[in-house]
Ligand binder design. Structure first.
Ligand code: SF4
Length: 69
């Protein structure tokens, strides 16, 4: 399962990823984006778009099958 990850040290809280894929990203209490859900089936392209659109390249995709090892 793939999951997005936002580097909180890089995110500037512009909200672009949140408006692109609200089912995956949200702004936390500190105004920084977090990926709160796994990427839903069919939303991979939108998450990819969010990754490519982030102005500070704060979003990466983690393959949890690998990350868990
Ligand atoms: S697009 Fe990038 S900088 Fe903007 S809120 Fe999302 S992770 Fe943060």
């Amino acid at each position: 399962m793939k999951r997005a990850y936002v580097n909180p040290d890089l995110c500037i809280g512009c909200g672009l990823c949140v408006s692109t894929v609200p089912e995956v990203f949200r702004l936390n209490a500190g105004g920084i984006s977090e990926a709160y859900a796994e990427t839903p089936v069919g939303a991979e392209d939108k998450v990819e778009e969010a990754v490519n659109s982030c102005p500070v390249n704060a979003i990466s995709i983690i393959d949890e099958n690998v990350a868990d090892k």
